[in-house]
Design a protein around this ligand. Structure first.
Ligand code: DGI
Ligand code: FE
Ligand code: FE
Length: 192
């Protein structure tokens, strides 16, 4: 699918603000893919569709999570997490995207997962650092992303965890597994 068609399909799903965010994620993801040797076209499409389900009614998302046998523990945690796996499902169903790498990048863009692919890392980080984002720590991650995708990911996952914890919010186990996987690999690497 070309960019124009993809953007058309996404625009009608989103608010003006979220559409602008999507354009920012797309531009950032393309840049990161070029820089780190990932598939630029897949990064573009995954970025365009990453928040496709952001504004679906909670009831609809809940039905899809149950009907499609997605991890049931999602329902015990913030509904903010739901648009990622539900988005992957709807993008396949409604936009006809079949590439599993693109769908996984959408599926894991909020929680991450252990063993993230380069494309998944790029979409996670692009979502975090796109030019419209303004929060404490974002500039540090922008700088890290210029030289080291892995370090940028570690810091953005850390920041997200600290943010949730400071707000007394529960942390979805998969988010913790993403963090543990990153820092464990790091420690093994450093000890080599
Ligand atoms: O959809 P975006 O706003 O662009 O960004 P996102 O998909 O990363 O979603 C961020 C939201 O998800 C934010 O409100 C925090 C929430 N979130 C992310 N990880 C967790 C989480 N909420 C809980 N409860 N637990 C998590 O592990
Ligand atoms: Fe999102
Ligand atoms: Fe997003």
């Amino acid at each position: 699918m070309d960019r124009k068609k993809a953007l058309e399909l996404v625009k009608i799903q989103l608010t003006e603000h979220r559409y602008k965010h999507t354009i920012g994620v797309m531009e950032t993801a393309i840049q990161l893919a070029r820089q780190y040797g990932a598939d630029v076209k897949k990064a573009e499409l995954a970025a365009i569709f990453h928040d496709y389900a952001k504004f679906r009614p909670k009831d609809e998302m809940k039905h899809i999570i149950i009907a499609e046998k997605m991890p049931a523990d999602l329902l015990a945690y913030s509904s903010e997490l739901w648009h990622a796996p539900v988005g992957a499902f709807l993008v396949a169903k409604e936009a006809g995207i079949t590439d599993p790498e693109i769908l996984d990048a959408i599926r894991y863009h909020t929680s991450g997962r252990a063993g993230m692919t380069p494309l998944e890392k790029i979409i996670y980080i692009a979502d975090y650092i796109e030019p419209g984002r303004q929060f404490p720590g974002v500039d540090e991650v922008r700088e890290l992303a210029e030289t080291d995708l892995e370090q940028a990911l570690v810091r953005s996952v850390q920041n997200s965890l600290v943010f949730l914890i400071k707000q007394n919010q529960p942390v979805y186990p998969q988010t913790l597994m993403t963090y543990n996987d990153l820092v464990t690999k790091r420690r093994i690497h450093l000890n080599e």
